[in-house]
Write a protein that binds this ligand. Structure first.
Ligand code: DQA
Length: 145
């Protein structure tokens, strides 16, 4: 069974991007932690980041062909804007967890609507890099228990 972790725009800048909001950990560090957690549970794992909406749509479409069992997605700013990514994830029908480093509900009003939350199996937000680790653990429970 395999898990795909998808990251949206500007998450490639983690470590230097508004560290008071997003923390000092880089995306590369988050990636290696997630892959370790999932691989230790004998799950295959891929980690993807793009600043381009269509590349994320393409990854989600490919996930069905590649028989991905579960998706963890931090859509970043696309959380609040992207009908295209929402439609892709609805189309493939792969269960997913929506995650955020920050808690968008405690921030600006425009961050308080998500195009993903009503389709997600669950949402984890506000725990910094731990949001990723917690989502990995939740997926392990879903897929292996
Ligand atoms: C984010 C929250 C979004 O509102 C924002 O646009 C991001 C990151 C988070 O992880 O806290 O880029 O998804």
């Amino acid at each position: 069974m395999s898990v795909l972790i998808i990251n949206g725009p500007n998450l490639n800048l983690l470590g230097t991007r508004e560290p008071e909001i997003y923390g000092a950990t880089t995306l590369a560090e988050i990636k290696s932690k997630c892959l370790k957690i999932l691989q230790n549970a004998n799950l295959k794992a891929d980690f993807f980041q793009s600043n381009a909406e269509h590349e994320i749509v393409d990854q989600i479409q490919a996930a069905r062909t590649n028989q991905v069992s579960y998706i963890i997605i931090n859509p970043a700013a696309f959380t609040h804007t992207s009908v295209a990514i929402r439609d892709a994830i609805a189309a493939v029908g792969i269960p997913f967890i929506e995650i955020h480093l920050s808690n968008p509900h405690s921030r600006e009003p425009f961050r308080q609507h998500s195009y993903f939350s009503d389709l997600a199996e669950g949402i984890i937000a506000g725990f910094g890099e731990e949001s990723y680790a917690m989502a990995c653990e939740a997926v392990i429970k879903k897929l292996t228990h």
